[in-house]
Every structure is written in structure tokens, then in C-alpha cells.
Write a protein that binds this ligand. Structure first.
Ligand code: RFL
Ligand code: PHB
Length: 388
């Protein structure tokens, strides 16, 4: 089998890259370890930067997002019982779109299928060969049979636990990591969202977030110890804890109900450099992880896709500058999103090692944010997404 670009991983990065390249007349094969149903059952990100919205439209998969997504002009930050709003539209002229990662991935799968894109699911043993040569290829096992895929380039879109990053030799790859001493317990419930915009709440009991998927589907999170297990948390215990951490007005009006999903995610900051080794590129979670506090994970994956897609289009037109500079360009944006996600996480969470001093620093910073247009503008321009 042969294609121009072999894509490892059929998550949002791999599918979007495949779809954009297909539109530009570049032939790809996507190799995904799991079944399509499994990929579509993962509940993850919920907020799209406007750059991501525009990239999805450019890929021809924006119709359902535009019809069913919710543009948000701002967000609320709360500190104990006080809340205030950051007005993205007024401060930056831009907004974000609330549209779940599950929906994005579903739209991308539908588009690839409608255009007979080659997406091979449930493959095992994916191995990248000759990435530092001019003739790379990938081997994998499908239905018990080993197959070989020859290509010009390999895009490693296989997430944090994939094989692509591990293919880069230890003496080339540098990794930077910060693991946070807590996790997020998240629930999904078929109840109307408590607020028409998100609420990020700092509280001495721990962080809480009120988010949503649609008019009758809410997504809520509370910071929890890493030692907690999902089964430790009854629905009642979750709602009680959430209500203690958000402003009273929200706590009094929240509509609770049975949860339909409950999971705990650890929080981590991680960057691998470089993001290109010969003819292998790392894209999205394969190269970097952010804690979810800034809603950046999926968006950062999409800005990588933007740089790589443009570089590859340029390459097939006879200019390899974009391919050569992919790692440098992507990393410049990655580190800035890492900085924002780390600073939001540090501002809003309870750290076991924090003393009264750090707690006062958090409260003073939130007080400053509430009253300074300059500070709000800085938060807003990062939240809606730095330019590509
Ligand atoms: P993904 O989504 O992990 O997709 C990678 C795909 O590669 C496949 N794969 C392989 N395929 C073939 N061979 C192999 N050896 C393979 N190894 C792996 C996997 O099955 C998978 O389908 O990475 P991608 O495409 O880069 O997309 C990144 C986003 O998914 C990610 O940044 C966000 O979901 C991060 N994230 C969140 N981001 C937010 O902005 N807000 C959130 O609330 C949020 N919640 C989350 C998250 C990530 C989580 N993970 C990864 C544990 C919650 C969780 C639980
Ligand atoms: C979500 O809706 O899942 C969500 C929203 C904002 C975040 C993180 C997660 O910062």
C-alpha cells in the first residue's frame, strides 16, 4: 500500500489533517488502534477557539458546528462567593464556540467516510521505519495480517501514549514535564446548564468548573485528590461538593440530576522537542499535554495541524520551508499555550503545599483581574486563542 502522508492515530488531529490534505489533493491513510465507536465514546474537550472553528470550516466540516454549537462572548471567574465576567468580544473582538470534541470527531469521521477516505481502524503493532531516510514506511497488523504502508511523510497524531514520539531516539528528543498533585472529577448530566457561560471557580475547598454541551446537557468538574476513585463519589456527594465551591447564586439555582458519565483525569503539563525528526512529525497530544484549565488541549492539537497542513501543501508545490520549520513554528505557540494553561491552573487550584501566602497571592490576582482591563485583556486574548 502507498500514500503520500501516513497518519498514525484517528483522533481529532489525525482526522482533521487527513481531511484538510484530502481537500488539497494530497493522499493519506489513517491508522487507528481502536474502533470508531470507542473513539467516539471518549468525552473530552468542550471549547473551541475561533481559529479552530475556522479551520474546521476550511476542512468542510463546519456545518453542524455552526448550526448546533454555542458561540460564547465571555466567561465567569469566581473567587469564593464573588463572581465577575471576562468579556471576550468587548476586549478582543472575538469569541469561542462551545461544541464538544465528541461532535467534532463524529463530523470528521462522517466527512472522511463520505469522501471514501482510507481510515483503517483496529490496527495493532504500528511501527514506523526509516523516518530519518527519504523512504519511510509503516508496518501494522490488521485482521491478523501484517501490512506495509509506504509514504513520503509520517504524521504522528497518536496521542500521549502512542508510538510516534517513542520512535524518536533518546539522544534527539527532550521532554519537559510538570505533574500536578490533583485531578479533575468530571460528570455529564442531562440537566440545563446553571449559567449561559462557563464558570471557573477558585475556592479554598478546591477548584470547580461549570460547563456545558447543549441546552440540556451539562458538564461539571471538581478538583479532587489523585487517590480518589470514581466509585468513591456518589452523585449526591458530587453535587454537594460542587455547590460548596461555586457562588451561592449559582449553587441555589443549579438543577441537578442523575449523572450519565463520571471520570477522573489527572492533570499534567508536558512538551516534547523537537516535533519533527526527519520525515516524522509529532502532532497534538503526541507532542504535548496541557492541564484542561485553559481549554487548550484540542485547540493546540488543531494549531499543529494548521502548521503541518500548510507545510505539506507547500512541499507538494515544490517548497519545503514549511516542513523544515514545522517544529519551530508549532513549538512557539505550544509553549505560550502551556504557559497560559499552567498559569490558569496555578491561579485556580488548591495545592497541598500552598501556605496562607500562596492563597493570598491567588486571591490578590483574582481581585486584580476583576478590576484591571489590562489583566482581563491578557486573559481574554489567550483564552480565545493566540494567532497562528
Ligand atoms: P487523541 O485524542 O489522544 O487521539 C490519538 C488517537 O491515536 C490513537 N492511537 C493509536 N493509533 C494507532 N497506533 C497506536 N499505537 C496508537 N496509539 C494511540 C488513539 O486511539 C487515539 O484515537 O489525540 P489528538 O488527536 O492529538 O487530540 C488531542 C485531544 O484529544 C486532547 O488534547 C484533549 O482531549 C485533551 N483533553 C481535554 N482538552 C480540553 O481542551 N478540555 C478538556 O476538558 C479535556 N479533557 C482531555 C480531557 C484529554 C484526556 N486524556 C487524553 C486522558 C480528558 C481526558 C481524559
Ligand atoms: C469542558 O466543557 O469539558 C471544558 C470546558 C472548559 C475547560 C475544560 C473543559 O477549561
Amino acid at each position: 500500500m502507498r500514500c503520500q502522508v501516513a497518519i498514525i492515530g484517528g483522533g481529532p488531529s489525525g482526522l482533521l489533517l487527513s481531511q484538510l490534505l484530502h481537500k488539497a489533493g494530497i493522499d493519506t491513510v489513517v491508522l487507528e488502534r481502536r474502533s470508531k465507536e470507542y473513539v467516539l465514546s471518549r468525552i473530552r474537550a468542550g471549547v473551541l477557539e475561533w481559529g479552530s472553528v475556522e479551520l474546521l470550516r476550511e476542512a468542510g466540516v463546519g456545518a453542524r458546528m455552526d448550526a448546533e454549537g454555542f458561540p460564547h462572548d465571555g466567561t465567569y471567574l469566581a473567587c469564593r462567593n464573588r463572581g465577575f465576567r471576562i468579556d471576550f468580544s468587548k476586549l478582543t473582538g472575538k469569541k469561542v464556540m462551545v461544541y464538544g470534541q465528541t461532535e467534532v470527531t463524529q463530523d470528521l469521521y462522517a466527512a472522511r467516510e463520505a469522501e471514501d477516505g482510507r481510515v483503517i481502524t483496529e490496527v495493532d503493532g504500528v511501527t514506523i521505519h526509516g523516518a530519518d531516510s527519504d523512504a519511510p514506511y509503516v508496518t501494522f497488523v490488521k485482521d491478523g495480517q501484517e501490512q506495509r504502508l509506504d509514504c513520503d511523510y509520517v504524521a504522528g497524531c497518536d496521542g500521549f501514549h502512542g508510538v510516534s514520539r517513542k520512535t524518536i531516539p533518546d539522544n534527539v528528543l527532550k521532554e519537559y514535564e510538570r505533574v500536578y498533585p490533583f485531578g479533575w472529577l468530571g460528570v455529564l448530566s442531562e440537566t440545563p446548564p446553571v449559567s449561559h457561560e462557563l464558570i471557573y471557580a477558585q475556592n479554598r475547598r478546591g477548584f470547580a468548573l461549570c460547563s456545558m454541551r447543549n441546552a440540556n446537557l451539562s458538564r461539571y468538574y471538581v478538583q479532587c485528590p489523585l487517590t480518589d476513585k470514581v466509585d468513591d463519589w456518589t452523585d449526591q456527594a458530587f453535587w454537594d461538593e460542587l455547590k460548596r465551591r461555586i457562588p451561592e447564586e449559582a449553587a441555589d439555582s443549579i438543577i441537578t440530576g442523575p449523572t450519565i458519565e463520571k471520570s477522573i483525569a489527572p492533570l499534567r503539563s508536558f512538551v516534547a522537542e523537537p516535533m519533527r525528526w526527519g520525515r516524522l512529525f509529532l502532532v497534538g497530544d503526541a507532542a504535548h499535554i496541557v492541564p484542561p484549565t485553559g481549554a487548550k488541549g484540542l485547540n493546540l492539537a488543531f494549531s499543529d495541524v494548521h502548521y503541518l497542513y500548510n507545510g505539506l501543501v507547500q512541499f507538494y508545490q515544490g517548497d519545503d520551508e514549511g516542513v523544515q520549520k514545522y517544529s519551530e513554528r508549532a513549538l512557539a505557540r505550544v509553549w505560550k499555550s502551556e504557559r497560559f494553561s499552567w498559569s490558569m491552573t496555578t491561579l485556580l487550584h488548591n495545592f497541598p503545599e500552598h501556605t496562607g501566602f500562596e492563597m493570598h497571592m491567588q486571591e490578590a490576582e483574582l481581585d486584580y483581574l476583576e478590576h484591571s482591563v489590562a489583566a482581563q485583556t491578557s486573559l481574554a486574548e489567550n483564552y480565545i486563542g493566540l494567532p497562528y
